[in-house]
Design a protein around this ligand. Sequence first.
Ligand SMILES: CCCCCCCCCCCCCCCC(=O)OC/C=C(C)/C=C/C=C(C)/C=C/C1=C(C)CCCC1(C)C
Ligand SMILES: [Fe+2]
Length: 532
Amino acid sequence: MVSRVEHPAASYKKIFESVEELNEPIPAVITGVIPSWLGGSLLRMGPGLFEVGDEHFQHLFDGQALIHKFDLKNGQVTYYRKFIRTDAYVRAMTENRVVITEFGTAAYPDPCKNIFSRFFTYFRGIEVTDNCLVNVYPIGEDFYAVTETNYITKVDPDSLETLKKVDLCKYLSVNGVTAHPHTERDGTLYNIGNCFGKNMSLAYNIVKIPPVPKDKSDPIEKSQVLVQLPSSERLKPSYVHSFGMTDNYFVFVEQPVKINLLKFLSAWSFRGATYMDCFEPNASMGTWFHLASKEPAGYLSSHKFRTSAFNLFHHINAYEDEGFIVVDLCAWKGHEFVYNYLYLANVKEEWEEVKKAAARAPQPEVRRYVLPLDIHREDQGKNLVSLSYTTATAVLHSDGTIWLEPEVLFSGPRQAFEFPQINYSKCCGKKYSFAYGLGLNHFIPDRIVKLNVQTKETWVWQEEDSYPSEPLFVPSPGATEEDDGVLLSIVVKPGAQRPGSLLVLDARNLTELARAEVNTIIPITLHGTYKP
Ligand SMILES: CCCCCCCCCCCCCCCC(=O)OC/C=C(C)/C=C/C=C(C)/C=C/C1=C(C)CCCC1(C)C
Ligand SMILES: [Fe+2]
């Protein structure tokens, strides 16, 4: 599962460069055979504009949101992309400078304004970014492009037009939610976000958006906070990028990457501060696992799970088995924030420099943690995990905490299995076998990987000088096997005649079924949705 290629030509730099949007969809040249049943749209989000005027965005998560669409119909494929007309984008375009502070790039007041108006710009308070470059997914019958703040943007999945900006704070007590909600079959959607309450009280709120009501009104208006989880530290919530969900439980991993709220609230009055400046590691807390039940919704306060420090962005899957909760995830060892290594200047370095930086960074590992639900005081000091198929352990300590040790499902130095996907409709919250992911080689995405989480068998798709994106699994109609379906990934091959393509792989063995190529570079995309 480790990379078989090196990148001395450093052509990966091309996936971090600005492109123009398109005026109309362009037809793709197809090689191979696209399964006839595969009709729909692959929608993906990512950064597409990395500078405005003479100002450059600094961090990988700052570029302005570009929505991409590959349409598949009757064996034909077209590609289309548009910038989302967020306030961040429209104002940047109008003023030809960065106007709204992004994740790692500060906006400075307009130098043309007089000193009084600049002073008031500083003290008007935070203008939180709506740069929705992280993901696009359906809520009810609508599609939203999202980042991790309280602003989400409704888009038309056909025309890619921007429809409206929605402020979640109007409906929910959250400061933001993750870009990775969970959705049940009936359309019920769950998410988690930080909540900075009154009197500086802090919590993580799990929120629920119901399916479209009978009267067809907007389900977001009916959203509610389902359950509140406490923060390990007053004034310092942890960064949360995703969470786990089984049939009956939510799994929240509180990681040692903290948001210093005092810094956050004050930073904005200092010239040049960004969201990245508000993060700090907690070197002593390790990592805490929290459980909440779904129905009735409630926090399991007596289950105090602890383990050593790791960064967590992506859960793979979680499920219940014989009184245990199995949690599979993509870990990065240690408490130093992985995002510190994702400044554009770093990922656009020459290959030898990229490799040196990745050697200093936290190391990736796919891990399985097993959390016992049934805990008895007399079992102190024993391993409580009795599942036959795992070496993961959970030991009850005298202070009532349960120390977890994981089973390693995959580990390769500086070779991450990241941006994980599963057969979501069949397997979310259920015992499963297969995870698919993007292989990062010293942070550079250069292969698509499949992992059997039960046997640890792996499969790889890789091609010289090609940079794929997160592979989305689409099941074959009527499939009975978990991996009967295809993987869709956008691949960029900078030196090729048609450098952008949609790759269709057979999910059983990662063999190529087809590719649909277009004559344009496609910058990196983070996450997306397949809309049948
Ligand atoms: C696809 C190729 C990637 C190439 C390199 C990748 C390396 C990957 C290393 C690990 C995986 C990381 C996955 C991260 C994926 C991702 O999509 O992250 C994007 C996240 C963004 C843009 C987060 C934005 C968050 C913001 C603006 C949060 C703001 C807030 C706070 C910091 C404090 C509380 C309030 C608020 C406003 C929510
Ligand atoms: Fe993510």
